[in-house]
Design a protein around this ligand. Structure first.
Ligand code: C2E
Ligand code: MG
Ligand code: MG
Ligand code: MG
Length: 285
């Protein structure tokens, strides 16, 4: 316990810090078992084509139903998974689930309804998965074994991964692109945007971070940034998704600016698969 007073008191853990460390440790232990116990699942958030208002893609987002603590957000447990070296196993599981899901969806709607139904699942991958790469092998194997067109899958990465131009990362991205799998840059504009990677790498989509979308209708700088991203992306033949659309005014502004796709609570939160289907059923045919 922390000593009360004394010159060295700051070198001791306070009870609160100790408790946090214990919780962190316990979370790691629980996470090791979570996969085997079936506590992880994927939710799907609709991504709409803004001009037509139709759902064309879905982002797979990981959920953990902890037996005692209830739902723990990925922002809390993904860093723990990375730290403990569990991210490759979890990432592989995510790739397996998501490829099986898009495969199933493809049998549900006719090929000539391509413009009218979600054609792609977009999957988050952590930088650690590119360092090791065995989960990416799983993805490539699944796509191959299921006979999926690569374009049914997009992998979302953050800009940081492309910063130092690591040859291993470049090689992995090239393998994905060779299989037709699309690459999306998540949270675009929030990292250190070197941007020169946009001309070297085969990037298909930029996702405008929701911090630029939030005040879009009141802050002229945010609108300018969003418009500039859209204009630049289109000149490079790259698609743009706006994240975190919560109001119709934001949707309208982004559509006017020529933004291709949007996702956010205005349309729908991430949903379990059956609720996702229920949402699709509310679309006008
Ligand atoms: P992200 O990839 O940027 O995902 C978008 C996050 O924004 C999701 O949070 C989503 O629920 C939330 N969101 C969507 N629309 C809105 C909106 O209108 N307003 C607001 N305020 N939020 C919105 P979530 O599901 O908690 O995920 C957080 C982060 O965890 C993700 O950010 C992603 O970086 C990471 N993550 C989630 N699933 C996975 C996964 O399978 N693998 C890896 N490596 N990371 C994942
Ligand atoms: Mg994402
Ligand atoms: Mg490509
Ligand atoms: Mg994001």
């Amino acid at each position: 316990a922390a000593k009360a007073g004394g010159r060295n008191r700051f070198s001791y853990f306070s009870p609160a810090m100790q408790q946090r460390a214990m919780q962190h440790l316990q979370l790691g232990k629980d996470l090791r078992k979570a996969l085997a116990r079936g506590e992880l699942s994927l939710h799907y958030q609709p991504i709409l084509h803004l001009a037509s208002g139709r759902v064309r893609k879905a982002e797979a987002l990981l959920r953990w139903a902890h037996p005692e603590r209830g739902n723990i957000p990925p922002g809390e447990f993904i860093p723990v998974a990375e730290e403990l070296g569990l991210i490759d196993a979890i990432g592989s599981w995510v790739f397996e689930q998501a490829t099986a899901t898009i495969q199933r969806w493809r049998t549900l709607w006719p090929a000539d309804a391509a413009e009218l139904s979600p054609q792609q699942i977009t999957i988050n991958a952590s930088p650690r998965q590119f360092a090791k790469g065995s989960s990416l092998d799983v993805l490539l194997q699944r796509v191959d074994a299921l006979g999926l067109p690569g374009r049914c899958i997009a992998v979302e990465i953050t800009e940081g991964l492309l910063l130092d131009e690591h040859p291993a990362v470049t090689a992995q991205l090239t393998r994905l692109a060779a299989a037709g799998i699309q690459i999306a840059i998540d949270d675009f504009g929030t990292g250190y945007s070197a941007m020169s990677y946009l001309k070297r790498m085969d990037i298909d989509t930029l996702k405008i971070d929701r911090s630029f979308v939030r005040d879009l209708t009141t802050d002229p700088s945010d609108l300018a940034i969003a418009e500039a991203i859209i204009a630049m992306a289109h000149k490079l033949d790259i698609n743009v998704v706006a994240e975190g659309i919560e109001t119709d005014a934001q949707r309208q502004r982004l559509a006017d600016a020529g933004c291709d796709f949007g996702q956010g609570y205005l349309f729908s939160p991430p949903l379990p698969e059956d609720a996702f289907f229920a949402y699709l059923a509310t679309e006008p045919r």
